[in-house]
Structures are given as structure tokens and as C-alpha cells.
Design a protein around this ligand. Structure first.
Ligand code: ZN
Ligand code: ZN
Length: 107
């Protein structure tokens, strides 16, 4: 993706409201360039992940850290280094729309 397309997408993301805990620019810069490991899908379906996921959603006030939406939330891994043992700093909560943008950005 070229710089211009990237800028366009970033500008089209609604400005976050009432979110001060996270620095959006830093988050965007930090998002993983790595592909998920082969057992990622299995882990996503596991009971232990389901429990952790709820914890992460609660930690981020059940809202998208990028746009503040409270609908269609996903827990997105910033990197996969701590997969299975991740903490709140290893993930972000984002809505389906922003999540799609994050993954689209990589290609
Ligand atoms: Zn993701
Ligand atoms: Zn969002």
C-alpha cells in the first residue's frame, strides 16, 4: 500500500472521543506486522481465551480504542510474542471497522 492510500484510510477513521488513555498515533505505529502463528485460530476458540477476552474488553471499557464505538468489538493482538500469556498491553480492543483497517493496512 502506498503512503497516499494509507493516509486516506487513516483520515477516514473517525476521531476518537473521550479516549485519553491511549495514544492513537502510537498504537497505529505499533500494530503488528507479523502474521498470526498456525495455532492462533485454535487458541481463539479456546475457553481460556474466551475468559481473557472478557477481561480485556472490560479493561478497555468495552469500546474501540480507535474510534470509541461499542459495537462489534474485537480484541486485536498488537503482536503474537506473548500469545497464550498476553496482558492488557499486548492487545487492543477495536470495532470491526477499525479492526479491518488494521489488518488491511498490513497488505
Ligand atoms: Zn486483529
Ligand atoms: Zn473502531
Amino acid at each position: 500500500m502506498n503512503e497516499q492510500t494509507r493516509k486516506k484510510i487513516l483520515q477516514s477513521t473517525p476521531h476518537p472521543k473521550g479516549i485519553r488513555k491511549v495514544d492513537r498515533k502510537r498504537l497505529l505505529a505499533q500494530l503488528s506486522q507479523a502474521d498470526p502463528p498456525p495455532d492462533y485460530d485454535r487458541y481463539m476458540r479456546s475457553k481460556s481465551w474466551q475468559i481473557k477476552r472478557q477481561k480485556f474488553l472490560a479493561h478497555y471499557n468495552c469500546q474501540c480504542v480507535l474510534c470509541g464505538s461499542k459495537e462489534h468489538l474485537h480484541v486485536h493482538h498488537l503482536h503474537y510474542k506473548t500469545l497464550g500469556n498476553e496482558g492488557v498491553e499486548d492487545v487492543i480492543v477495536c470495532c470491526r471497522r477499525c479492526h479491518f483497517i488494521e489488518h488491511f493496512k498490513k497488505s
